[in-house]
Design a protein around this ligand. Structure first.
Ligand SMILES: C[C@](O)(CO)[C@H](O)COP(=O)(O)OP(=O)(O)OC[C@H]1O[C@@H](n2ccc(N)nc2=O)[C@H](O)[C@@H]1O
Ligand SMILES: Nc1ncnc2c1ncn2[C@@H]1O[C@H](COP(=O)(O)OP(=O)(O)OP(=O)(O)O)[C@@H](O)[C@H]1O
Length: 285
């Protein structure tokens, strides 16, 4: 039995390697088809058990009110669901750009649920945690399940796929794109037909890209600049853009030449979420 009362856990970034929007549902959400991969780069969360039921979140969270913070919301949701009297002190080191399309907030929430399930010895299975996570955001379940996947539905119906490991240079053009703004925009393309057969034989795009490029010229500029190196794509509803390579050196070369007005990072992809890999190393060894 592992009795750890404090530990750190990564909240990794995700990329949408393609993102098709098939329809708008009556509740305003959209039916999607998207390919998720995880990156070996992310936020870092530190968890420390408290026995008085208190939940606190510190660190790089200054501009997010506590009640809106997905980390706090995830901890409270789990505590209420399981009626535990235990609490937690959480500290966040933020590395992922907010509103960047790399799923930072959703990943923070998922890593919080995964970590507290262990810290509070709740023994909930991943399916139950994913259902709870879906209440916090459409992107949370994939981070809970922790395997690269094609997602359907609003992003919660997951079909695991194995992808070759690649290296990515991800660029943040210093723009915050609101996911809600893109999904409610009248000009969003919402009628891409569902893929029939093997997705590898289809043209794979991000349906949000044309609209985001129009609303946010800096994203268009970033995609153009990256084209010098490789085919460029946007992730999620932006604003981060990325290029894919077989080797770290190629990805690093892009980062080294990046204009100073943009930020970026280089990371390899992973079929299993690094949060799951870390959690196994902490608790099962
Ligand atoms: C764009 C993606 O990042 C692709 O992975 C996700 O679909 C967004 O996931 P997320 O940020 O966890 O999304 P939520 O927090 O649930 O919703 C943010 C906003 O996006 C809209 N939204 C989200 C997912 C979806 N399938 N259809 C939507 O229309 C919601 O109506 C909401 O206004
Ligand atoms: N812990 C958190 N980290 C980041 N954002 C948070 C957090 N808690 C709440 N938020 C809110 O969630 C919003 C979206 O954050 P996030 O970083 O997940 O965007 P994103 O990368 O565009 O996500 P997605 O790809 O899922 O659309 C932020 O603008 C912020 O207001």
């Amino acid at each position: 039995m592992n009795n750890k009362t404090s530990f750190s856990l990564i909240a990794p970034a995700k990329l949408n390697l393609f993102l098709h929007i098939n329809a708008r549902r009556e509740d305003g959400y959209h039916e999607l088809e998207t390919l998720f991969t995880f990156l070996n780069f992310g936020d870092e969360l530190h968890f420390e058990l408290t026995t008085d039921g208190s939940i606190s979140v510190g660190g790089d969270t200054k501009n997010i009110p506590l009640n809106d913070n997905l980390i706090y919301k995830a901890a409270l949701l789990l505590q209420t669901h399981c009626k535990t009297s235990l609490g937690v002190k959480i500290n966040l080191i933020k590395r992922l750009p907010m509103g960047g399309g790399v799923g930072g907030g959703s990943s923070d929430a998922a890593s919080t649920l995964l970590a507290l399930n262990k810290l509070w010895k709740l023994a909930l299975n991943l399916e139950t945690l994913a259902q709870l996570g879906l209440k916090l955001g459409a992107d949370v379940p994939v981070f809970i399940q922790g395997q690269s996947a094609i997602a359907h539905g609003i992003g919660e119906k997951l079909h695991h796929v194995k992808l070759e490991q690649k290296w990515y240079c991800v660029v943040h053009p210093n723009q915050h794109v609101s996911t809600a703004k893109i999904f409610t925009h009248p000009d969003l393309k919402r009628d891409t037909p569902k893929i029939i057969g093997d997705w590898k034989h289809h043209t794979l795009t991000n349906d949000c890209e044309p609209l985001v490029k129009k609303l946010c010229p800096e994203v268009e500029k970033t995609l153009q600049w990256l084209l010098k190196y490789a085919p460029s794509k946007m992730t999620g509803t932006g604003s981060c853009c990325f290029v894919e390579f077989a080797s770290q050196v190629q990805a690093q070369d892009v980062l080294e030449n990046l204009p100073h007005t943009w930020q970026g990072f280089v990371a390899s992809s992973a079929n299993v979420s690094p949060a799951h890999t870390e959690l196994t190393a902490i608790f099962d060894q």
